[in-house]
Design a protein around this ligand. Structure first.
Ligand code: FES
Length: 330
């Protein structure tokens, strides 16, 4: 409601499982509807009992028939009686979008895990939201929330053509603070021109867009304003060569050696301990694991600075030990 304080949380919303664990709940839901929202973009509406609460920026893990996991931002409205995700068909991708587009039908049962939110709206004086293509999905509920609560915000939605850009009707309903930029018509807007004003800059889309926003903010000396959600992990050419360390898996009673150049996730999986995986690039959050002792060298693009400092969890696919040993709740 306009004029009331914005509903922001200090900690990412997690749809937690048992107390003391950070494992979000797994649920079976029913496909209520499928809508071709734009060229190659299908929205999937899911319904069922006990739907989890969520806040803008949240995503769910969709567990595909063969057991692989794909992350999709929630793009409906948080008070709805269903969960909605939007999936762009990537025929050359890793299979998740192909399954959604070709195999899924209304009435099908699907398994989701979560919700999780590593892209939460933080308290700020203002908000600049920049979406590239289907990167609009987490930012649209953010814009709608900020508009409803009378906050200072702007949204720039960048895509190749309007036909390929989902949710244009909802975007237009937001009024002049939301602008649509068709690059096939007018080219990409100058990024620096989008960044004026106070507060945080939330960007979601291809890595090239995120890096352009990062560079523009750095040039202004305002790099700390950036909040980004990647589709793919950025190249990290400066990362130090990963060294060896040991893992203690407390519940399994296993001690494992992680050699230089191998991921903790691979070593744990090889030892017969199941940990979900998807991106293996530190961007999806699937392999998040509770850390019981030891200091983590965080290399993911999921956790916030505060979560990193808390040292309570890590992404096993890319993060490593900062010291000789880590103890994990596995
Ligand atoms: S598998 Fe995606 S963050 Fe580890």
């Amino acid at each position: 409601m306009k004029g009331e304080p914005v509903t922001l949380v200090d900690h990412p919303l997690e749809d937690a499982g048992p107390p003391g664990r950070r494992e979000p709940a797994v649920r079976e839901l029913t496909v209520r509807g499928l809508v071709l929202e734009a060229e190659d973009v299908l929205t999937v509406e899911l319904t069922g009992a006990g739907l989890p609460a969520w806040t803008p920026g949240a995503h769910v893990d969709l567990i595909i028939n063969d057991g692989t996991v794909r992350q999709y931002s929630l793009c409906g409205t948080p008070d709805a009686t269903s969960l909605t995700v939007a999936v762009r068909h990537e025929p050359g991708g890793r299979g998740g979008s192909d399954w959604v587009h070709r195999a899924l039908r209304p009435g099908d049962r699907v398994t989701i895990r979560g919700v999780k939110n590593h892209f939460e709206l933080e308290r700020a004086d203002g908000y600049v939201l920049i979406a590239g293509g289907v990167g609009i999905t987490p930012l649209l509920p953010m814009a709608e929330r900020l508009a409803a609560e009378g906050r200072a915000w702007r949204l720039a939605y960048i895509g190749r053509t309007a036909a390929r850009m989902p949710f244009l009707e909802r975007i237009r309903a937001l009024g002049p603070r939301a602008t649509v930029h068709e690059t096939a018509v007018s080219g990409r807007p100058p990024i620096d021109g989008l960044l004026d004003g106070p507060g945080l800059v939330y960007v979601c889309g291809p890595g090239t867009l995120i890096e352009a926003v990062r560079d523009a903010l750095d040039a202004r000396g305002q790099g700390e304003r950036l909040r980004a959600e990647y589709f793919r992990a950025p190249d990290d050419a400066d990362a130090a060569e990963p060294g060896a360390f040991t893992l203690r898996l407390e519940r399994s009673g296993l001690d494992l050696a992680v050699p230089a150049g191998r991921s903790a996730l691979d070593v744990v999986t090889e030892a017969g301990v199941d940990v979900l995986r998807d991106c293996e690039e530190g961007i999806c959050g699937s392999c998040e694991t509770t850390v019981l002792a030891g200091e983590v060298d965080h290399r993911d693009h999921v956790l916030t600075a505060r979560e990193r400092a808390a040292n309570a969890c890590m992404m096993l696919c890319v993060s490593r030990a900062a010291g000789p040993r880590l103890v994990l709740d596995l």
